[in-house]
Ligand binder design. Structure first.
Ligand code: NDP
Length: 273
């Protein structure tokens, strides 16, 4: 049977085995997909051992996405630009790396009927996830993307790297004052119950707010956005399912249906309250 893994540390919280098993069932693909906890200095050993055992591919989550990039013989353009790999394929003795996070976010936004063309977007955060989503967002031809980060130099570096006229960067306090159509929280602040120190006047009744983090209740950022009168609040569960669907497609050349899996996962998450 074809074998897949997701590598991370921690890994217990990962929803990827659930999602990929559901995709396999709905597309009638016979495969095995398991989570594997990897000690921080043993990523390469685990991947190479899996390849020797006949493994076909793997997902990679925190903190191994950069290490995965370094291990690849070939990289997709989106993995190169993201500087991180979340999808590995093992073929003919070669390790191929891709990054599906960005396309996952864009597809989820489209599914949630959040327009991107000619829209003013604010991204909070400038870590690995942001690197991966800038190109797919730019491809949707937004009016502008402003990146604000606690460490402003990281946001500025991203602007220089992607070198697009529609990109700008600042600290939180210097966020460009304008009416944003979409604000994406791509910080890990929600994981520790924190809200980035943002000005309150960036949210208008037209603003959709998205948090890449998800949970069984609204994240602190989304709760705050709702209190400020945001038009819509959306968490990152759909992004997770969509990035998984793209990985599945890379491996199996079949695009699974995602909305029923997203609904089932949401129900499962709510039962865990
Ligand atoms: P990184 O560690 O690379 O970056 C973290 C970012 O969060 C940095 O910009 C950091 O700012 C900022 N940050 C952390 N704590 C705070 C705080 N208290 N206040 C303000 N800013 C803060 O992480 P990633 O970019 O890889 O991931 C970001 C989040 O997105 C994670 O929570 C991850 O779980 C989620 N994610 C979700 C996905 C999904 O499918 N739903 C896919 C990928 C990621 P600074 O630079 O100043 O340190």
């Amino acid at each position: 049977m074809d074998q897949y893994r997701v590598y991370g540390n921690p890994i217990k919280q990962s929803r990827s085995p659930y999602i990929h098993k559901a995709f396999a069932q709905s597309t009638e693909q016979i495969l095995c997909y398991e989570g594997e906890l990897v000690p921080n200095d043993e990523f390469e050993t685990h991947v190479k051992r899996f390849i020797q055992m006949g493994g076909n591919g793997a997902n990679v989550t925190m903190p191994f996405k950069e290490q995965a990039l370094a291990l690849c013989d070939q990289l997709s353009e989106r993995a190169t630009l993201a500087g991180a790999v979340n999808t590995l394929s093992f073929k003919n003795g070669q390790i191929l790396g891709d990054n599906t996070d960005g396309v996952g976010l864009v597809r989820d936004l489209i599914n949630q009927q959040v327009g991107l063309k000619n829209k003013k977007i604010l991204i909070i955060g400038a870590g690995g996830a942001v690197k991966g989503v800038i190109l797919p967002l730019l491809e949707q031809r937004p009016h502008s993307i402003h990146i604000a980060n606690r460490t402003v130099s990281k946001a500025q570096n991203l602007c220089e790297q992607f070198n697009a006229k529609s990109l700008s960067a600042s600290s939180f306090t210097d966020i460009k004052k304008q009416e944003y159509d979409l604000i994406i929280n791509a910080t890990s602040a929600s994981l520790t119950g924190e809200i980035p120190a943002l000005p309150v006047d960036i949210i208008t009744p037209k603003t959709a707010c998205y948090d890449m983090v998800y949970g069984n209740t609204l994240t602190p950022f989304l709760r705050w956005a709702q209190q400020q009168g945001a038009a819509k609040v959306i968490d990152g569960l759909g992004m997770l399912v969509e990035q998984a669907a793209e990985s599945f497609y890379i491996w199996r050349h079949v695009m699974p249906e995602t909305q029923s899996v997203l609904q089932a996962l949401r129900i499962k998450l709510n039962h865990e309250k």
